[in-house]
Ligand binder design. Structure first.
Ligand SMILES: [Zn+2]
Length: 315
């Protein structure tokens, strides 16, 4: 019986897990912090992988979910936002040199989509769209039971479509992208701006205002907080109307902290979707739901990729 090892590189921590072949219950999960110099991070990742490495079983592969632009074909991380030294870092080759087993690499939102399709809320759906809304907005698309990667592995950056020309600057440097008007920092920023212009809110005087605080205030009936979430929902619904006519999924799955805001976000989102979508056939029987895998989305998404790659090898 073989073992799959998966690694999830997050903003604050790196986690590694070992899964027996054909199971989704981990034998072991360990973690370490993300931030440090380039070699230090790689060395700690190697140590972390060794700490879950099974003594009595063979390892079939090591699969890594990483944030930001990665090339799943060459296994190179183009840039890791939280690891400054990792520019064009050949992670796959470095891991294969170290462990002498096949290694795979994927974008974390893409792999979360694959994980939800294989193990989570999207099981049984051949056409699936995944959006994660937290500090940024990421996406993944499954079409005909295949993860959409694109020519250079850069497909499905669904947070970086323009919804407000000349709008605020996005984390990627462009203006008016969905992420710049509807991710967590944009929701908090909208509330801050409105309060600076004299709007009333129970959030007045709160330092380090977060989307989570806005969501809590909205649940307590704060008008400005409700308006901020509704505004984000409207922009997401507008973009989703575009995604539906391009990909025609049967399910849309929302992950990330902001999507836990419930109907305060989703009611305006669905209304906006209805307003903007080309025709009702796209929303007929469409399932809109939240992610099922929670904190383990990256690890289980990487496991889903490991299974897919293993099947290719054995065919
Ligand atoms: Zn952008």
């Amino acid at each position: 019986m073989g073992t799959f090892i998966t690694v999830d590189i997050g903003g604050t921590q790196i986690r590694a897990a070992a899964y027996p072949e054909n199971e989704r219950q981990a034998l072991a999960i360990r973690k370490t912090s993300t931030r440090a110099g380039s070699e230090a991070t790689f060395d700690r990742m190697v140590g972390l992988i060794r700490s879950v490495y099974p003594a009595d079983r063979s390892v079939l592969s090591i699969t890594v979910a990483a944030p930001g632009p990665v090339d799943p074909y060459s296994g190179v991380i183009a840039a890791a936002p939280n690891i400054p030294g990792w520019m064009n870092f050949p992670l796959r080759d470095r891991l294969e040199d170290e462990f002498h087993v096949p290694a795979h690499l994927g974008n974390d939102a893409n792999l979360a989509a694959l994980g939800e399709w294989r193990f989570g809320a999207g099981q049984g759906h051949a056409h699936l769209l995944y959006l994660t809304v937290s500090t940024g907005i990421g996406g993944g698309v499954i079409t005909d039971n295949q993860l959409l990667l694109g020519a250079r592995g850069l497909a499905a950056e669904l947070g970086h479509v323009t919804v407000l020309p000349d709008g605020p600057q996005c984390g990627c440097g462009q203006r008016g992208h969905l992420e710049a008007v509807a991710a967590g920092p944009a929701i908090a920023g909208y509330v801050r701006d409105q309060m600076a212009q004299g709007a009333n809110s129970i959030l007045q005087g709160v330092s380090d205002l977060s989307a989570r605080a806005v969501s809590q205030a909205a649940r307590q009936g704060d008008d400005l907080a409700i308006k901020a979430l509704a505004r984000a929902g409207e922009f997401i619904g507008m973009a989703l109307a575009d995604f539906l006519v391009v990909f025609n999924p049967s399910i849309v799955i929302f992950g990330g902290g902001v999507s836990t805001s419930g109907e305060l976000l989703f009611a305006p989102l669905r209304e906006s979707l209805r307003m903007h979508v080309m025709e009702p056939a796209y929303v007929h029987d469409l399932v809109i739901t939240t992610a099922a895998l929670g904190d383990d989305a990256g690890l289980l998404g990487a496991l889903a990729l490991a299974h897919t790659m293993q099947q290719r090898v054995s065919v």
